[in-house]
Design a protein around this ligand. Sequence first.
Ligand SMILES: *Cc1c(COP(=O)(O)O)cnc(C)c1O
Length: 509
Amino acid sequence: MYRYNVATAASPGKLEEPDAGEGGLLDPDDWDAFRALAHEILDRSLDLQERIREEPAWRPVPPELEPRYRESAPMDGVGEEAVWEDVRELVLPYRSGNPHPRFWGWVGGTGSPLGMLAELIAAGLNNSAPFDDAASRVERQVIDWMKEVMGFPARASGVLTSGGSVANLVGMAVGRDAQAGADVPAEGLAALDGRILVYTSTEAHASVHKAAQVLGLGRRGVRLVPVDDKDRIRIELLRERIAADREAGHRPAVVVGNAGTVNTGAVDDLDVLADLVAEEDLWLHVDGAFGALARLSPEYRSLVEGIERADSVAFDFHKWMCTPYAAGCVLVRDAEAHRRTFDAPATYLEPPPRGTGSWTDSPNRRGPQLSRAFTALKIWMVLRAYGFRRHGELVTDNIRQARYLARLVDEHPRMERLAPVALNVVTFRYTGEPATASPDPSFLDALNLELLMRLQERGVAVPSSTRVRDAFALRCAIVNHRSRDEDFDLLVEATAAFGDELLAEGFTP
Ligand SMILES: *Cc1c(COP(=O)(O)O)cnc(C)c1O
């Protein structure tokens, strides 16, 4: 039995030795055997990171394995050793490919070995936050560091989230409530006359639309302003739209600026947006899911100039900082406005003056989540170990690599680039010899789609796709600390070779 000696309880931390071997229902029967298994799991997990370059960038799940993922609920367990066998057979080989040096799809971060270890430690502590514990202090520290880095004042507030989507939701929610002119947290949208409006460019990420849906503003409450030839919001059209909406009796509230659009990595003119928002007395939220981290690069930080003037900014750690998933953040300049949106009465959460629950600045009051993972630990450990300077080098490298890839494409006779490269996103396609090009524009769309699937299925690389000015584009968003220049050489070589191969096969859509 585990006994607490009440006589010595006055000196905290001193417990009597528990009897070894008597654990809970989910503890191992044999700790020595479990420990050996744990070391094996750790070694294989590290192997995966160390040797990832020798692996295919992606490996599809073989159809014959599909039934193994669709079994009925296991009422009796197979044991720890057997489940590790299952992991080795069913899980480890069929990775999305994020840790691979040639994974550039969507905006997929790489993760890191130290981040992986942090997850192990955090899972063992299993603190559910928000308590008076180290986790609360570590999270506060991480948020304070990010305020410094993003040029936000120390009095600003912030919260860690699962990612950019929830960070956008939080920033837009606070903006909505601060601008509503009524007590929306108490009364809801019913208290308002006129429609609350959000403004952003046609290039905004879907999470902005989703946030508007969830916040009761609706997708129609998001005014989509056209972009210029560099995919940046056209400020004069934004200004006109705001005036017209005011005229019609609506309530313009939030402008969402983009620091790194998902399609092409474009950055809105944030300084001009901040000026306009000040003149119009609106809320500027910046979706900087990956682009905000350009602040870390001394060479390229000017690309996101003005971000420090936002009312709120959302960004991810799991993208351009390569923290293991999931980790995002939102900073809010007006801490009081932030708290007003998320504070909800709960007697069972009232902090006593001392004890476990006495942490008064709970993240629960700054976002939708109560129980949450110790997300801050992996960020804190990796940042302390490697520093912001090294993360800045990572950003600088990736931007330079994007320019390198753009040049390779530009110089290739059978490929073309589809958008300017502002940050770390390159969009391009295979065209074949211009002289023999098909007159049907949808031919190249279909050809490049097939080409993309071959690049992935053959394990060469994982770009993703999008449409740029109505053309199907191969798209690389580079947030990868393992990529080298030769990886981009290989991508261009393979793209050309597979494109040539498709034409030689007589590809038809
Ligand atoms: C990825 C991304 C998001 C959403 O972030 P998640 O971390 O995936 O939730 C929002 N905006 C942009 C520009 C993104 O690239």
